[in-house]
Design a protein around this ligand. Structure first.
Ligand SMILES: C[S@@+](CC[C@H](N)C(=O)[O-])C[C@H]1O[C@@H](n2cnc3c(N)ncnc32)[C@H](O)[C@@H]1O
Length: 179
């Protein structure tokens, strides 16, 4: 998923960690700067092996081009100790929480999840919402080069962002038309 303006842009790649490790240098070589390597973790009971640990994470590589704005307060994790005197004061002053850690615990999108379209590896809405909120304001553009079932558009619409989608699978168009 990518988010951009004329010269400044954010791009997120959500991929398996071992693939991220292989691709990183090549992407940086094309001018994108790695802003942060975030790890998305989720509980999983698939892909178990007797010979190694179960993969239950993806790399969320956050790249930038130029110097785009970030909006870290647009989506935050709640305070862990809201009854602490100092935290109570912050909440009274309008603070809603603190910045997320660089690991995000978000459940996979299951076939019983709202909006599940039966497409493989549909991203969780919460994950896409977080990427969009941290990097754009209402009215700005987001795009998705490998859009699949169109989760990016689903969330962009909800958040009042404009959106373009791309995918090499022509069947996706029918799914997008239903969003
Ligand atoms: C895991 S799915 C994306 C799911 C999507 N994020 C969602 O939430 O529904 C990956 C998509 O990438 C598309 N894809 C793979 N290689 C591509 C390429 N070179 N150009 C465009 N789309 C591609 C596939 O057709 C597939 O729909």
């Amino acid at each position: 998923m990518s988010v951009y303006s004329a010269n400044d842009a954010n791009m997120f790649l959500v991929i398996y960690p071992h693939i991220a490790a292989r691709l990183l240098k090549g992407i940086e070589g094309r001018g994108w700067k790695l802003k942060q390597w975030i790890t998305w973790v989720y509980p999983s009971n698939i892909g178990m092996s007797k010979r190694k640990c179960t993969t239950a994470s993806r790399a969320v590589l956050w790249f930038t081009l130029g110097d785009p704005e970030t909006y870290m307060k647009a989506d935050q994790q709640p305070f862990k100790n809201p009854n602490d005197k100092r935290i109570k004061k912050l909440i009274a002053e309008g603070s809603k929480g603190v910045n997320f850690y660089d690991w995000w615990h978000i459940n996979l999108r299951k076939n019983v999840s709202k909006g599940f379209k039966g497409y493989f590896n549909q991203l969780p809405v919460e994950l896409v919402r977080r990427m969009i909120l941290l990097t754009t304001k209402e009215g700005e553009w987001v795009g998705d080069l490998t859009a699949g079932a169109g989760t990016t558009w689903e969330v962009a619409k909800e958040l009042g962002r404009s959106c373009w989608l791309n995918d090499l699978n022509p069947d996706c168009i029918e799914i997008w038309e239903g969003i």
